[in-house]
Write a protein that binds this ligand. Sequence first.
Ligand code: UD1
Length: 422
Amino acid sequence: MYAFKINGGRTLSGQVQVKGAKNAILPLMAAALLTDEPITLHNISYLSDVLTLSDLLTSMGASVVQDADSITIQCSQITCTTASYDYVSKMRATFWVLGPLLGRFHQAKVSLPGGCAIGARPVDLYIKALEKMGATIEIDNGYVVAKGPLHAAEISFPKISVGATHNTIMAAVLTPGITVIHNPALEPEAVDLIRLLQKMGADIQGVGTRTLTITGVSKLHGTDYAVISDRIETATFAVATALTRGRVMIKGGDISLMQSVAETLYPSQIELTQTQDGLLVDATHANLVATPITTSEYPGFPTDSQPLLTTMLSVAKGDSLVTERIYENRFMHVPELNRMGANIQIIDNKNILIHGVSELSGATVTSSDLRGGIGLVLAGLVAKGESIVQRVYHIDRGYHRVEEKLTALGADIVRFKQEKKG
Ligand code: UD1
């Protein structure tokens, strides 16, 4: 297993490139199942999650061709409509092939994802929506076995789910009649999926509102499409810059996708300037101060940025209350941060109280999930002395060679292989 060794205290400066959002690339790749013509996605980052979904699509008979910056997927010869546990257990988003398979082929067998480190993460909303559209669904040996054909329906989500929104939209675009979805997710990645589908010929009205109206079409066609930039990766480099009092141009960064995060940086006198190239973060005069955070659905503060800001606020002046409203177990990085000298009180599984300290100190810590893991890397960048962050495979799911990007900005971070402990 690989780990990062970080010597903290270096100021970051220069420029770094962010690529297409992981959380957009994955549903966009799944959408390629909806047509027999090629879909080319640009601005691709070869994260391990992207490779996992590529492997799944290939196992189903898709042709997947990867170039430096783009991926072309053609699903003209799908021979298998099963997504096995091997794939779904690695990455929950592989479950999202359910909707497009059912919409186009009227059948799918997809392993249930089960829980994950940050919470139980059920799929009831996906299932109920598909059942409302006429699917017969059985759970057999840990698999969802779904059969169509589907019909149009009016679906109201009692709770906002990004994945259930993606899945239902993909199921509806080829389904005859008018499907109405109330209370869909408005995350920029959900909007990106709709934009791709529209380019493929789908008829979807109400984009960016809480009611989507989808008129099924008989066929979708191939296209090419540039994936929206990664707002969480942008926030990661912004926080890294803030913590180290640096000045970094985040090429491809787009502040309009992360206003709620920007609002938590402004009180600490971190200057954010949007240019044509990207987002310039200037923290040379930063004075980190306590700021309350409550995660919520877009346009609220994203749960995926919570661990980043928790690290930043752990060295800010004063007490910050952080409330997590999306997941029931998203503070796993907190005990590890405390081992680095942070003073964070876990009040319950939804609230932590951060008492800012003047500095963190290096320690060996372990990532238990993607965003918590990168939160520990950020802590290592500013901690005094050497930190080891273990289990970086979690981080590789959402960041492509993050150590190389940080090194180019002046950080002292290396990846190394850890010997197995006896
Ligand atoms: C996506 C993102 C993830 C982000 C999350 C919330 C990807 C690949 N992942 O995950 O990074 O943290 O959105 O912004 O894009 N829920 C149910 N029943 C369901 C579905 C969801 O109760 O059927 C609950 C979940 O347990 C969670 C909440 O709804 O508490 C939101 O989850 P959801 O928006 O579905 O997250 P994902 O789409 O899995």
